[in-house]
Design a protein around this ligand. Structure first.
Ligand code: ADP
Length: 191
């Protein structure tokens, strides 16, 4: 199973990614989490990524692509994976196509969480208080939304044209959203 989960910043991708990945026994791979782990460990990758992340900008494609390629080459991703936060640019889409083609597999579905922008700003400001993420200030949140609208939202059409898109309403309780995703993916949730 090779899946993507997409949606604007704060749509709840990370939370839902874990449930979906557990269900299919595949790793949920979040580029944001990998970048943050590198930042907190002070690796060269983290040092490079941090200035972009703090400003709400995307880390350059070259850096991100290499990181994802290395990650999906790990043995645990051989049966499949769920990518959360990648691809985010058209160049990343092409790169991912190449990576998947190379292994002789294909993408199975792209889950898109749809949510209202304003509701999200509130959600992210709350997250700032509980998780203390450096990029959850109002200015940076707005910038991340702009960058998403500009660079990432167009990817939804690309995957729609390929017939891979599964659009799910991301508003509501966490379990309700999970339920909608499983229904759309046509799987029976585990109790
Ligand atoms: P969000 O809640 O904004 O979706 P993420 O945790 O997915 O946050 O990502 C945090 C930051 O990490 C992004 O704003 C960006 O700087 C960087 N990042 C994550 N994934 C990518 C990617 N695919 N391409 C470029 N930058 C990325």
């Amino acid at each position: 199973m090779r899946l993507l989960i997409m949606g604007p910043p704060g749509a709840g991708k990370g939370t839902q990614a874990k449930f979906i990945a557990d269900h299919f026994s595949i790793p949920a791979i979040s580029t944001g989490d990998i970048f943050r782990a590198n930042v907190s460990q002070g690796t060269p990758l983290g040092v490079e990524a941090q200035r972009y992340m703090d400003a709400g900008e995307y880390v350059p494609d070259e850096v991100t692509n290499r990181m994802v390629r290395d990650r999906i080459d790990e043995p645990d991703a051989e049966p499949g994976f769920l990518l959360d936060g990648y691809p985010r640019t058209l160049a990343q889409v092409e790169e991912l196509d190449g990576m998947i083609r190379y292994t002789g597999h294909r993408l199975d579905a792209v889950v898109v969480l749809t949510v209202d922008q304003e509701a999200i700003v509130q959600r992210l400001l709350q997250r700032a208080e509980t998780e203390g993420r450096a990029d959850d200030t109002e200015d940076v949140i707005r910038r991340r939304q702009e960058v998403y609208a500009d660079q990432t939202a167009p990817l939804i059409d690309v995957y729609r044209e390929r017939g891979l898109l599964i659009e799910v309403d991301g508003l509501g309780e966490v379990f309700e959203v999970t339920q909608r995703i499983f229904t759309a993916l046509d799987v029976v949730p585990e109790s």
